[in-house]
Design a protein around this ligand. Structure first.
Ligand code: SAJ
Length: 433
C-alpha cells in the first residue's frame, strides 16, 4: 500500500490541526479527502479558501485544492489511511472527565468503510488508553476484520496514535520539522504509521507503544502548564509585595540554569489549559502538582479580573479599552482565552464604558451581546479610553509608542509596555495597596 504508489488519505476533522495536516499531506502528493461535519467549512475549503487564521495556510490550501489533491466532504469515504484530528473537550465540572464522543463517533464512521490493509491514526490529544478503546469499538463493529493486539495472528488493519505537537502561528513549519512520537497498538502498527509520516515529516519519527505516545503528549503540555503556573504564581506574589515581577524574572533568568516563563492573564487555548486535566483524571491521587498548576493558572485569571475591576472603579469617568481577546499573541483563536474571560466580565459589569480591540476578530463573541460593550479599532481605543487593560501581546499592541498611551491608566498583564517604568510601578503599587 505504502510503496511507490501514494496512499489515499482521509483526514477526519478540518480544524486548527486537521486542515493544515490535510494540506501538508496533499502537498506531499497524496490525494486527500478532508471530512468535517460543517457544510460551510467543507464549502469554504472546496473553494480553495480557509476558515481559520494560520500563517501561509491559505496559499497552501488554495494550491492543493486547485491541483485536485485536496477536497472536502461531510461524508467519510474509503481510503488507505485515516487520520483523526477531532477535538477532545473535557467536562467543566469537578470531575474534568475527558470527552471522547467525537473520537468515538469518528471511529464508528471509519469502521463502516474500513478495508483490509488500512491504517488508522489518532492525532487528537487523548487520555491514556483511548487508542485501544478505538480498536475495541471497531472490533465490535467489524467482526469480519482481525484487529491489532486483540489476536495472536497478524492483523488486517493497523492502528496507531501520533499526537500533533505544533504551535499555533507556526503550524506548517512545525508539522514538517518537529520530531514525532508514533505509538502503535503493536510494533507493526507503529512501523506502518512511521512509513506514512516519513512522506511529509522532516523531523525525526520515534516509534513506541500507543499508551506511551498518548501520555507523552499530555506530559508535554502539563510540563508547560506547570512552568507557566510558576511564573503566574510569582506575579501574584509580586503584586502582593509591590514588586515588578518582570524585573525579578529578567534578573533571575540571567542565572545560567534558570529560565522562568512569562506571567500573563492565565493560560488559554485548547491544549495547555485542557490536557493536564486528562492526567489528573487518570491518576487523581498522584497528580498533585499538575492539578495545582491548573488551579494556579485559573486563579491568575480571576486575580487579573479583580485588579482590572479595581482600576476601572478608580476611574469612574473614563472609558475602558480592553486590548485583545485571543488566547495568545498574533492568532485569531479565542478558545479558553483568559483575555476573553476578563474582557467579557468587565463588559457585563461596566457595560458601554468597555471598548474591546481585537485585530483578529470582526465581531464580538456572543457573551458580549447586550452588555453594551463595543468592538473598536486600536486607534479609537487609544484616542478615547482613559483606562487601558492590555490582555494579549499582539505585535500591533507591542508597537504602540509610549506617547500614544502615556495619557491612560494602564494595566499591562503581559509586561510588554515596561518602558513606562516609574509610572507603571506606581500604578502597580497603588493597585497592590
Ligand atoms: N503562556 C503564558 N506564558 C508563557 C507562555 C505561554 O502565559 O510564558 C500562555 C499563552 O498566552 C497561552 C497559553 O499559555 O494563553 C498557551 O500558549 P503556548 O504558546 O504555550 O501553547 P499553545 O497552547 O499555543 O500550544 C501548545 C504547545 N505545547 C507546548 O509548547 C508544550 C504546542 O506545541 C502543542 O502542539 C499545543 O499546545 C497542542 O496542540 O497541544
Amino acid at each position: 500500500m505504502l510503496g511507490d504508489i501514494k496512499p489515499t488519505v482521509c483526514v477526519v476533522g478540518l480544524g486548527y490541526i486537521g486542515l493544515p495536516t490535510a494540506a501538508i499531506i496533499a502537498g506531499a502528493g497524496c490525494p486527500v479527502l478532508g471530512f468535517d461535519v460543517s457544510q460551510s467549512v467543507v464549502d469554504t475549503i472546496n473553494r480553495g479558501e480557509i476558515h481559520i487564521e494560520e500563517v501561509d495556510l491559505d496559499g497552501l490550501v488554495h494550491g492543493v485544492v486547485q491541483r485536485g489533491l485536496l477536497r472536502a466532504s461531510t461524508r467519510i469515504e474509503p481510503s488507505d489511511v485515516f487520520v483523526v484530528a477531532v477535538p477532545t473537550p473535557f467536562a467543566k465540572d469537578e470531575d474534568h472527565k475527558p470527552g471522547l464522543s467525537l473520537v468515538l463517533a469518528a471511529a464508528t464512521e471509519i469502521a463502516a468503510v474500513l478495508k483490509r490493509g488500512n491504517l488508522i491514526i489518532l492525532e487528537s490529544t487523548s487520555p491514556v488508553g483511548t487508542t485501544e478503546q478505538v480498536r475495541d469499538l471497531i472490533a465490535g463493529l467489524r467482526p469480519d476484520l482481525k484487529l491489532p493486539g486483540s489476536t495472536a495472528e497478524s492483523a488486517d488493519v493497523s492502528i496507531a496514535y501520533c499526537p500533533e505537537r505544533v504551535l499555533p502561528g507556526r503550524i506548517l513549519v512545525e508539522l514538517t520539522h518537529n520530531d514525532r512520537s508514533i505509538g502503535g497498538i503493536t510494533p507493526r502498527c507503529a512501523r506502518k504509521a512511521l512509513a506514512f509520516y516519513k512522506r511529509f515529516v522532516r523531523g525525526e519519527c520515534l516509534t513506541t507503544d500507543a499508551r506511551s505516545a498518548e501520555m507523552t503528549k499530555l506530559v508535554e503540555n502539563a510540563y508547560r502548564d506547570v512552568n507557566i503556573a510558576f511564573a503566574n504564581e510569582l506575579s501574584m506574589i509580586a503584586d502582593e509585595m509591590g514588586l515588578d515581577v518582570w524585573e525579578v524574572i529578567r534578573l533571575a533568568n540571567r542565572h545560567p540554569r534558570v529560565n522562568i516563563l512569562q506571567p500573563g492573564p492565565g493560560v488559554g487555548g485548547h491544549c495547555i489549559a485542557v490536557d493536564p486535566w486528562f492526567i489528573v483524571h487518570g491518576a487523581p491521587e498522584q497528580a498533585r502538582l499538575i492539578r495545582t498548576a491548573r488551579e494556579v493558572n485559573d486563579a491568575k485569571m480571576r486575580h487579573v479580573l479583580a485588579r482590572a475591576i479595581a482600576l476601572v472603579e478608580s476611574a469612574p469617568t473614563q472609558q475602558v479599552g480592553c486590548l485583545g481577546l485571543a488566547f495568545k499573541a498574533n492568532i485569531d483563536d479565542l478558545r479558553e482565552s483568559p483575555a476573553r474571560f476578563v474582557a467579557a466580565s468587565l463588559a457585563r459589569r461596566f457595560g458601554k464604558r468597555v471598548k474591546v480591540v481585537e485585530p483578529f476578530a470582526t465581531t464580538l463573541p456572543s457573551e458580549f451581546a447586550e452588555t453594551g460593550a463595543a468592538l473598536v479599532d486600536l486607534d479609537t481605543a487609544l484616542e478615547t479610553c482613559g483606562v487601558l487593560i492590555l490582555l494579549v501581546d499582539h505585535e500591533v499592541f507591542r508597537a504602540v509608542p509610549l506617547d500614544e498611551r502615556r495619557h491612560a491608566q494602564l494595566y499591562d498583564t503581559r509586561g510588554i509596555w515596561n518602558d513606562l517604568g516609574q509610572a507603571a510601578s506606581a500604578l502597580r503599587l497603588r493597585l497592590a495597596s
